[in-house]
Design a protein around this ligand. Sequence first.
Ligand SMILES: [Fe+2]
Ligand SMILES: [Fe+2]
Length: 275
Amino acid sequence: MNNTSILIKEELLERLPSIPRVVYEVWNTIGNKKEADLSKISDIISKDLTLSARVLKIVNSPLYGFPNKISSIKHAVVLLGLDAIKGILIGTVVFGNVNSDIKDIWTHACDCATAARVISEVFDIKDSETLIAAGLLHDMGKVVLKSFFPKLYLKVSEVKKKENISDRDAERVAIGVTHDVINRWITEKWNFPESLSEPISFHHNIGASEKYPFFTAAISLADFLSHAYRLTSTEPILPDLSEEVCNILNLNPDILGEILLRMDRTLYDIEWNGI
Ligand SMILES: [Fe+2]
Ligand SMILES: [Fe+2]
């Protein structure tokens, strides 16, 4: 890390708010257990009406594609599982206020989460709910950068426009630190489970993923495909899709075609509203 990124890291960790009390309470109750008292967790979330409404809105959105409406938090908790619930709670914190400033990041996050769901279906991945939550949060570092360091974000945007390069390359050139590295700082500070943290932090650096390389590769592919799906002449840059991702997932043209076809069923004509 160079001096600028050390300074950014220090300032970011200092300015990053703590997790809201209710989210912290849920995380504490879940702890590192594989099983926890689901009623207790549901009770804590249900006491916060705004949070409950946001969780239900996400769970009932096309991101998850559940066939029936889920009207209780308890049902949502049971269906999603603990790591996914942790991810969604963080999603409500990061994207709780989707205004025009972060609308483009929100749309891409929802597209990526949808692609992650489709990839889970096609590859029959267990715990698809956690992967979907990882898709939603995979670029959270950009939101944090934009919210807490608007001047640095502006610098990145200017470089991106001028050089016609990807977001990540522009971040590297303009401020010497990229959003995936910021993701790692945040996931460490907020103590994310590794099933979420690795795909979020290493989706541009698959080799660094130790415990969840398949999840990480899946989010990298979801990111690539969601950019490719909305490729336009004004936004012509795609993130890299490394050979490692293709190898880990054993990708072939038939599988890719199937994923794109299924993505199109959800994404065609969709407008992602805030939460
Ligand atoms: Fe990214
Ligand atoms: Fe992305």
